[in-house]
Design a protein around this ligand. Structure first.
Ligand code: HH2
Length: 262
């Protein structure tokens, strides 16, 4: 899953693709580089960020989605927690709604999703983006995230969203400190036991910056590749990344090394 941020303030690439033509070119480049799925986001969820007005989110998203949809054949996901944005995106041909609130932020979201046949990413977050990194706390992070995702799965299927449409995501970096992120990545099998595909998004995130002693988000590729290797070995279904070209190249070389063919 290649990330296309249409925001002025995303933590690693805010402002780079604000102009619709630049965003479109970026999205199409990610597909050329091997993205099998695109994720368009018009609201940053970085730690400390505040919600964006619906009109602003629509204004950033719709012109790009409208132009992109007929130009690429890969599925398009839209990263939003707002029912109105999801509805407009689905009308323009989005295939997946990626809701970082786990379909909790907007009381109308579940009904919009139930009325469509789109894929739905349900992500775990402790708190809200504004406050989530102030004091994340768990007794048993893996158990609590697994139980939370299981509860969301049940509630959403009862709301008319078939389980087969749902993808689960531990929400790396969303109300989690370094040990929490590591524990979740080390025990992905406990989340896979819920029986749904798993999405992992760790690209350029702060915990990698801590491990690498690298304050610059765009300089954390070594961490992204380590997560890519780990996720592949763990059988993660969707890896959400900024650097599609590097991750696809990394996988191609691993394929060659592991193929047994000389
Ligand atoms: N991470 C970010 C945004 N959306 N969605 C899912 N499902 N999983 C994630 O881990 C995830 C996500 C944060 O990354 P980014 O989009 O680069 O930053 P920002 O929220 O600042 O735009």
């Amino acid at each position: 899953m290649g990330i296309v941020n249409l925001t002025p303030d995303s933590f690693s690439d805010g402002g780079l693709h604000l102009d619709p033509d630049t965003a479109l070119a970026h999205a199409m480049r990610l597909v050329e580089e091997g993205a099998n799925l695109l994720d368009l986001g018009a609201e940053s969820t970085r730690p400390g960020s505040l919600p964006v007005a619906t009109a602003d989110e629509l204004h950033r998203l719709l012109p790009v989605l409208r132009q992109l949809r007929p130009r690429v054949s890969v599925p398009i996901s839209v990263d939003t927690t707002k029912a109105e944005v999801a509805r407009a995106a689905l009308d323009l041909g989005a295939d997946v709604i990626n809701d970082t609130s786990g379909v909790r932020a907007d009381p109308d979201m579940a009904a919009v999703l139930a009325g469509s046949d789109c894929g739905v990413v349900v992500m775990h977050m402790q708190g809200t983006p504004r406050t989530m990194q102030q004091a994340p706390s768990y007794d048993d992070v893996v158990g609590e995230v697994a139980a939370w995702l299981a509860e969301r799965l049940l509630t959403l299927t009862q709301a008319g969203i078939a389980a087969q449409r749902i993808i689960l995501d531990p929400g790396i970096g969303f109300g989690k400190r370094l040990p929490h992120n590591l524990a979740l990545l080390q025990h992905l099998d406990r989340l896979q036991a819920l029986g749904r595909p798993l999405l992992v998004g760790a690209s350029r995130k702060a915990f990698l910056g801590e491990l690498l002693a690298e304050p610059l988000a765009t300089a954390r590729l070594a961490g992204d590749l380590a997560v890519a290797a780990h996720a592949r070995a763990a059988g993660v279904d969707i890896l959400r990344v900024h650097d599609v070209r590097a991750v696809q190249g990394f996988y191609r070389v691993l394929d060659a090394l592991e193929s047994g063919e000389a």
